[in-house]
Design a protein around this ligand. Structure first.
Ligand code: URA
Length: 206
């Protein structure tokens, strides 16, 4: 069990990230968010989670509420968590990019570069033993960042596999998954995603 002091330390470090993202005025996405009176999406869940999920960027619902994965993709993510017997409150869910790209377009390399240092800090603060990436952008970023660039494959090959990497705090297992949104466009992907989720459960129980 973490001590009160440890809890406070993580809370403060994560709050500092929030405060910095709120004022990230060099980012056009931040300026757009301020203009539209929307919220950044920093992340939510346990600050001591052993499993961290990393998506791409918030959508409209997420930017409205300031919470990750609360729209249609989030509903399916919740379903997968439930079917794997993992409580959403026990994990930490975040994205690489913390502000919504307009019209739900993919994040650009410049946007990823601008926001990724916040994700790096979140990983170092929470120290997960498993990072499950959701979609190819977060897979590529996280694998490259943790020294696995040579092992990067298309998501169609990498999904559901497990890679061991070294983080600043020790060993971390990276499990690339398809982005839950793919299941919304292609129903047959639901069972693929659900099956891939089983591998998270497998390593989480170790
Ligand atoms: N898609 C993402 O990648 N992240 C969210 O928070 C919501 C949808």
């Amino acid at each position: 069990m973490p001590t009160e002091q440890e809890k406070q330390k993580r809370f403060d470090a994560l709050k500092k990230i929030r405060d910095e993202v709120l004022e990230l005025k060099e980012s056009p996405l931040c300026l757009e968010r301020i203009k539209n009176k929307m919220h950044p999406v920093i992340g939510e869940g346990s600050h001591f989670a052993s499993i961290m999920f990393v998506g791409e960027a918030p959508g409209a619902n997420e930017a409205k509420q300031g919470r990750p994965f609360v729209g249609a993709s989030g509903k399916f993510l919740n379903e997968m968590l439930e079917s794997a017997g993992i409580k959403r409150d026990d994990v930490y869910i975040t994205n690489i990019v913390k502000d919504r790209p307009p019209a739900n377009r993919d994040p650009t390399p410049v946007e990823i570069e601008m926001y990724a240092p916040f994700l790096d800090r979140q990983i170092d603060i929470i120290k997960p033993s498993i990072i499950a990436t959701l979609g190819r952008f977060s897979m590529e970023y996280v694998m490259r960042r943790l020294g696995l660039e040579k092992e990067i494959e298309p998501i169609s090959k990498a999904h559901g596999k497990s890679y061991e990497a070294r983080a600043s705090y020790g060993t971390v297992r990276i499990i690339p998954l398809y982005h839950p949104a793919v299941a919304l466009y292609n129903g047959s992907m639901r069972s693929v995603l659900k099956k891939d989720f089983e591998i998270i459960k497998h390593y989480a129980e170790k």
